[in-house]
Design a protein. Structure first.
Length: 288
């Protein structure tokens, strides 16, 4: 999809700065090719359900996930670490250059039991992020009966055990912490396209339950799916609304291969603010 260009050595992610929370991670401006230079982003607001409409059990589960994330941050910060630096640690310790569009780790992170998968990469410096995590679920980890939509694709979609679904992407800042969530068009992640209601059914399956490349990061990214479950559901619903509205406005085009449509929904998030909102709602609930 994109030509891989190295960051200039003096601007690449350096060992000392990449692994320390106190200093920002460094990255060069986005290196683009014509194939990705003209992409567009969805700007429609995402309607996250009010927390007062959530069940007590879901709020308590989200609260537990939020507290776990903050505990992971506490542990990492004691060693001057952060989630992004952990994922890039082996690459940087080997003195290798950080390449935009490359996957980190090189072969992605995959859980053979849950069939959840993620990788980190960077290419959106113009929107103020350092990089983002793309999160997927493969068919063996999906609930039974789910299947991609029937669509006359102009570019073949992955089939069988390769027909993975992109769940959400997590945008990270220069200090290695999350700032937002977003979804993408099919061509961005080369996935098979499942409708939003089916992808929502997959969300419980995103669990990374091992220690590669970092046990704290795997616990963190798994907990992010719990804390921000209502947000991710809303993003997926808006994703489908965006795609089909775009298709209606561009008849005769394969919407899933249209390079003019890149980001299909997006939302700024804060772990601390969301946890505070949850705990305020829990305090407001009557004691039974």
């Amino acid at each position: 999809m994109c030509r891989q260009e190295p960051l200039r050595r003096e601007e690449s992610l350096r060992h000392e700065e990449s692994l320390r929370h106190e200093k920002p991670l460094r990255r060069k401006e986005v290196v683009r090719t014509a194939s990705v230079a003209a992409t567009g982003s969805a700007t429609e607001p995402v309607a996250v359900p009010p927390f007062e409409n959530l069940s007590l059990l879901q709020l308590q589960t989200m609260q537990q996930a939020g507290r776990e994330i903050l505990e992971i941050y506490r542990i990492l910060k004691k060693a001057g670490l952060n989630p992004v630096g952990e994922v890039l640690r082996d690459t940087l310790n080997r003195g290798e250059t950080f390449y935009e569009f490359n996957h980190y780790p090189n072969d992605d992170v995959y859980d053979e039991d849950s069939h959840a998968q993620y990788y980190y990469h960077a290419h959106r410096g113009e929107v103020g992020e350092h990089g983002h995590f793309h999160c997927f679920l493969r068919p063996q980890g999906m609930p039974q009966g789910l299947k991609p939509i029937d669509y006359p694709a102009t570019d073949p979609w992955p089939q069988g055990d390769e027909a993975l679904s992109h769940l959400v992407a997590i945008a990270m800042d220069r200090f290695g912490y999350p700032t937002g969530l977003f979804t993408t068009n099919r061509w961005v992640t080369a996935e098979a396209w499942y409708p939003a209601d089916q992808v929502i059914q997959m969300l419980d399956g995103f669990v990374i339950d091992h220690a590669f490349p970092s046990w704290p990061v795997n616990r963190w990214i798994s907990a992010m799916f719990v804390l921000f479950r209502p947000h991710i559901e809303a993003l997926l619903k808006q994703r489908d609304t965006t795609v089909w509205a775009w298709a209606a406005a561009h008849p005769g085009e394969d919407v899933f291969e249209d390079r003019q449509l890149d980001i299909t929904s997006q939302l700024e998030v804060s772990v601390e603010d969301t946890l505070d909102q949850i705990e305020r709602e829990l305090r407001a609930r009557p004691i039974r």
